[in-house]
Design a protein around this ligand. Sequence first.
Ligand code: C2E
Ligand code: MG
Ligand code: MG
Ligand code: MG
Length: 277
Amino acid sequence: SVRESGGDKIVSLSKATHKALNRKALIEKRLLQALDQKNLKVLYQPQVNIESGKITAVEALVRWEDEVIGVVTPDELIPIAEETGLINNIGSFMLEKACEQALIWKKAGFDLKVGINSSVREFRDKNMAKAVLDTLAKTGCPASLLQIEITEKFALEAEAATFITQQMRKLENEGIVFVLDDFGTGYGSFRYMQILPIDTLKIDQTFTRSLMKSEKTQKLMLGMVQLGKSMDLNVVAEGVETAEQANLLKSFGCDTIQGYHISKPVTPEEIEILLVK
Ligand code: C2E
Ligand code: MG
Ligand code: MG
Ligand code: MG
């Protein structure tokens, strides 16, 4: 009967919810342990200047394969980490790794900027700027080699904005570069651009993906590149997978590209191979 099938639905829905909650709890528990044992890995994805073809920076991306759960992708991991507060631990782990790696490359003669991802929310923590500067000091990595990519997932509350801006300016004054990640998809792109010390716009890969199929997208991306240039910002396009996309973006005046067309995220050793090519 209808009633029975309706009843089934409720049971299966709650089962699914239950399963999701269990997985989340398991991920949280295993993540704590992984962070404790520094069991997370970092891959680096190069960014290439379109004109010169040279790698100018790399982005550090977290990778986690747990022995019990298996691979947990960043798309699953990061939201859970944000919810549970463990994002700060991931943030400090990635920061330290990135700084150590940037210094290794500098000593090997490569002046390569290394970018880490961070949520604007992390800058609400009053210790954030100091923690970043302490890590630079501890590792010996020059501030000028560090990029911080921030996402615009959240609207910037007026009360927090002044404080966050101050924290970021403190770091900017030391030479750290800020990148506005996933540009064009977020909450408050223009407001972020207006108040935060942003140096680079990174146009979200969803635009790149439909670039060759949609004239509308072409106009949008051209507009975004021009907007960035008019504000003296560097403009990066992410998710570039073909030469066709790269050429069109070059004709738009885009400075830098990142994506499978250049390389997937790879180990530091593989980055070095790409650097000397
Ligand atoms: P994101 O910062 O926008 O990074 C770009 C994502 O797109 C990466 O996925 C990268 O592997 C993928 N990608 C790059 N080029 C291409 C391409 O040509 N085609 C396609 N289809 N994909 C491409 P990943 O590593 O899975 O990370 C997803 C997101 O998770 C990142 O997006 C970032 O927001 C977040 N994330 C990753 N690592 C960290 C981290 O250490 N800390 C924080 N807070 N977030 C992170
Ligand atoms: Mg990023
Ligand atoms: Mg992005
Ligand atoms: Mg993204």
